[in-house]
Design a protein around this ligand. Structure first.
Ligand SMILES: *Cc1c(COP(=O)(O)O)cnc(C)c1O
Ligand code: SF4
Length: 348
């Protein structure tokens, strides 16, 4: 489904370049080149401009942000494309929905020090940055007060001190936002500091960047990830098989060749992946790309995301059908997060 860079005819007959920055320009150029304006994204996808005016505008507190590499995997002319739906601001976001709140998973309560969350035994999560390589409309962190989180190495000292003092911790998760939006020199320093804490054994990176901007998986990243004493593990986030283009598969292949275990988490999303065919194909393609399916998350009840909700009964039926079609190891655990629980709760 990977749409290559070509000249295509727009609806009005003018030639427009569906240009994607080349990997040699670097991932930061891709971040800068990402779509931030709905009308530009619509033009790129050859969608009518009134789609832009019928959606929300960028004045929303969670503005549009879509890398060109991801947009290039969307089907031109299809307003219902499953990748587009994940990032398209729509009017339903403003409709009130009962039980959908700004802090659905208890992140504020789980904060140990600014930028450090602990909900589960043995592992703590560092919020390294509020920045992401894409803005997913269903994101449970869309209302998180990132401004209060540390901004640089010095600001992480408090979090590192807390990690050093708690000998029950064995794993540090770098999350955010997306930790891989930070530069490699910063990440190298941070990982070095974590590795100095002798009771930490594993370093887990939660990131959507290998999927959004595959050129992010560069030599320097592979180097710090594999040179550390800590056992690395990378958890990516793919919701639909169409996201796994050849560029993404190559980036994942690189991590795999470097010996980094790869897991995937998805969110069950209405009109994106809420059927057995899509999720079965996703598991198959993930495995082809050296990635093991890990979690399928029930949607967090975050304000503005109610239109993505798939009822639990429907979700259970989908996962049970997957279990009849796939080897056990390709069926993700269907889970939900209940604020205050000691682990993610397995639904099916
Ligand atoms: C989901 C999550 C984890 C990881 O849970 P696992 O079941 O180990 O994947 C850790 N910390 C926080 C705060 C989380 O939300
Ligand atoms: S990449 Fe992850 S943290 Fe960032 S907006 Fe998407 S779901 Fe949220």
């Amino acid at each position: 489904m990977n749409i290559v860079t070509t000249e295509t005819q727009s609806a009005s007959g003018n030639c427009i370049a569906r240009d994607v920055p080349s990997p040699s320009e670097g991932w930061r150029a891709s971040m800068r080149a990402a779509f931030r304006r709905l009308d530009e994204l619509c033009r790129f996808l050859q969608l009518p401009a009134d789609l832009a005016t019928s959606g929300l505008t960028a004045a929303d507190s969670f503005p549009l942000f879509v890398p060109r590499e991801f947009a290039a995997k969307m089907q031109p002319g299809d307003p219902h494309d499953p990748l587009l739906r994940q990032v398209l601001p729509v009017k339903q976001e403003t409709f009130p929905a009962e039980g959908f709140t700004a802090n659905p998973v208890g992140d504020h309560e789980a904060t140990l020090t600014p930028g450090l969350l602990q909900k589960y035994h043995g592992r703590a999560l560092m919020i390294t940055t509020g920045a992401c390589a894409v803005h997913c409309r269903y994101c449970f962190r869309r209302h998180f007060p990132y401004g209060e989180s540390p901004k640089g190495i010095d600001a992480w000292e408090t979090a590192l001190k807390a990690i050093g003092e708690d000998k029950s911790l064995h794993e540090i998760l770098l999350s955010g936002g997306d930790p891989l939006t930070l530069t490699d020199p910063i990440l190298e320093q941070l990982v070095e500091k974590i590795a100095q804490v002798s009771h930490i054994r594993r370093l887990r990176i939660h990131t959507r960047l290998p999927v959004m901007i595959p050129s992010r998986v560069n030599d320097r990243l592979v180097s710090w990830l594999t040179r550390t004493r800590l056992k690395p593990i990378v958890v990516i986030h793919v919701n639909h098989p169409q996201e796994l283009g050849n560029d993404v598969i190559a980036a994942l292949g690189r991590l795999n060749e470097a010996g980094v275990p790869l897991l995937n988490q998805s969110v069950l999303l209405r009109h994106v992946n809420d059927n057995v065919e899509t999720l079965t194909e996703l598991s198959e393609r993930l495995f082809d790309s050296h990635v093991m399916p890990y979690y399928l998350h029930q949607l967090d009840h975050v304000q503005g995301a109610a239109h993505f909700l798939v009822p639990r009964e429907a979700g259970i039926a989908i996962v049970e059908s997957m279990r009849k079609r796939l080897p056990g190891y390709l069926v993700p655990r269907y889970v939900e997060e209940i604020a205050g629980d000691a682990n993610k709760r397995v639904i099916a």
